[in-house]
Design a binder for this molecule. Structure first.
Ligand code: HEM
Length: 487
């Protein structure tokens, strides 16, 4: 088999024995893969049982393959738990014409939200104000200072979950919503368990009775989110039928825009259009899953970093107040004038590197990577966490130091930071996520002093073995610093 270098696999087991040993010895997935990188170089193969998987741990190689030869590296490798509910549909794991049409439609719809009246910024700021005010008004918070106390993960889950929900369905999550609390609890258990093994498990293993104990914990929250998406679609259709909801122009949210597209395809006589109600529920499911946990997790990591580095908060605040005068909210139009905040967000995303293992692609033809052959059909991924901790690029990579992005010469560091992936299948929600991170962090830094409740969180993950690198769990206090009216 034409494959890049890697440890010799055993029959059936592949390299699982070595991987498990490194997991245990080096306390996590990323460090385990780093051991292979040290031995075999920037491009290496690891066999997960009978399946060879290839990893790229170098920015230049990732760019040369995923950008310059995008067509060869643009298909998704979709098996296992990731494909479980989707069955090749949605955006995350679909391929071919279906993927192209649905990605283009979702991108265009999100882009429209950011144009003209800028619905995106409006909704982000509306939710920002709502959730900070709601937490400040809670009975157990300090009435004199107006300080709000919250678990960072629950707070950002509600805030970010509500933003994405507003864009998709025009609805907000309500605090103490028992459904939401149940979902988040089971999702965090599921995500801690969801590991490299589950990405590649064939369906018959996922469905086997002897895997039920593990698979139910991992898949139940996803089934729940899918059912919720179906319910939202159904509710909207019924509201339209009862004339309680009217779609103006292109609609108020993603569901409306999609219903307009279904109607347009029908009128244009498009045969076998892939835009229908069931696929709408899957697209919403994908956008919610990909858009909620990722951004919320990044904000929790940001708080862990900022609580440990108050000097960064002071410097960013000084820059922001100089730009806004402290009398108006930070807006996306300020971005070009806030290099320090931009560098801080970059450094948060680098330290967070929230995917211990990125989504996999499938090589579409026999080809060469960095001088080594690779066969068509091979599963391959860019290892973002290894690239973001490459000492030749990010010296003293364990240090949280936004200044590294501002120093000259800095080797074009900003370009080499790729938390949203690279190439044709890179993150569809990048502009929304960047807007959320900028507006929430920028305004929060101007409006609040951050205090840890109890000990400061250590900048260390709670799930080194899962596919997502979850942030430290911590309670924190947001103490208002600006009491003047800022509309
Ligand atoms: C900080 C937040 C986020 C991070 C770090 C992130 C990261 C990523 C990464 C690494 C990928 C895989 C790229 C690859 O294959 O190389 C991805 C894909 C994707 N993301 Fe995000 N994401 C974030 C937020 C969002 C948001 C807000 C949305 C939606 C509204 C979203 C929707 C998607 C979708 C649909 C894909 C699949 C794209 C495709 O296969 O064509 N993401 N994201």
């Amino acid at each position: 088999r034409r494959l890049p270098k890697g440890p010799t696999p055993l029959p059936v087991l592949g390299n699982l024995h070595q991987l498990s040993y490194y997991f245990w010895r080096h306390h996590g997935v990323v460090e385990a893969y780093r051991q292979f990188e040290k031995q075999y170089g920037k491009v290496f193969t690891v066999w997960i049982g009978p399946l060879p998987t290839v990893y790229i741990a170098d920015y230049d190689v990732a760019y040369e393959t995923h950008v310059k030869r995008a067509n060869t590296f643009g298909a998704r490798f979709a098996v296992g738990a990731l494909n479980y509910i989707r069955e090749g549909r949605g955006i995350l794991v679909s391929n071919g014409e279906f993927w192209q049409e649905h990605r283009r439609f979702a991108l265009q719809t999100l882009r429209n939200f950011g144009l003209g009246k800028n619905l995106m910024e409006e909704k982000i700021m509306e939710e920002y104000r709502h959730w900070f005010a709601k937490f400040s008004n809670k009975n157990n918070n300090n009435k004199e200072t107006g300080a709000a106390e919250a678990s960072s993960s629950m707070f950002f889950d509600l805030l970010i979950g509500s933003i994405i929900n507003q864009l998709l369905t025009s609805e907000r999550f309500e605090q103490n919503d028992p459904d939401f609390a149940k979902l988040k609890e089971s999702l965090s258990i599921g995500l801690e368990k969801f590991g490299v093994f589950e990405i590649f498990c064939p369906d018959w293993v996922l469905d086997a009775w002897w895997m039920k104990w593990r698979m139910d914990a991992i898949l139940d929250p996803f089934r729940w989110i899918h059912a919720l998406s179906q319910r939202n679609v159904q509710r909207r259709v019924e509201a339209i039928e009862r004339s309680e909801h009217v779609i103006d122009d292109e609609g108020a949210d993603f569901i409306d825009a999609y219903l307009v597209k279904i109607e347009k395809d029908r009128r244009d006589g498009v045969k076998n259009s892939s835009f229908n109600l069931e696929n709408l529920a899957i697209d919403i499911y994908d956008l919610w899953i990909a858009g909620q946990e990722t951004t919320s997790t990044t904000l929790s990591w940001a708080c862990a970093c900022l609580l440990n580095h108050p000097q960064v908060v002071s410097k960013a605040r000084e820059e922001l107040v100089a730009v806004t005068g402290g009398h108006r909210p930070v807006s996306l139009t300020d971005k070009t004038k806030t290099p320090y905040l931009n560098a801080t967000i970059n450094e948060v995303q680098r330290i967070a590197s929230i995917l211990n293992v990125n989504l996999f692609r499938q090589v579409s033809e026999d080809t060469i990577i960095d001088g080594q052959p690779i066969a068509a059909g091979t599963a391959l991924t860019t290892h973002l966490a290894l690239i973001h901790t490459d000492e030749t690029l990010f010296k003293d990579h364990t240090q949280f130091r936004p200044e590294r992005f501002l120093e000259e010469p800095n080797n074009n560091l900003e370009k080499k930071l790729i938390p949203f992936g690279i190439g044709k299948r890179s993150c569809l929600g990048e502009s929304l996520a960047r807007a959320e991170l900028y507006l929430v962090l920028g305004n929060m830094i101007v409006d609040y002093d951050l205090e840890a409740v109890g000990e400061k969180p250590s900048i260390k993950t709670t799930s080194p073995f899962g596919i997502m690198k979850r942030p430290p769990v911590n309670n924190m206090r947001f103490v208002p610093v600006v009491r003047m009216s800022r509309s």
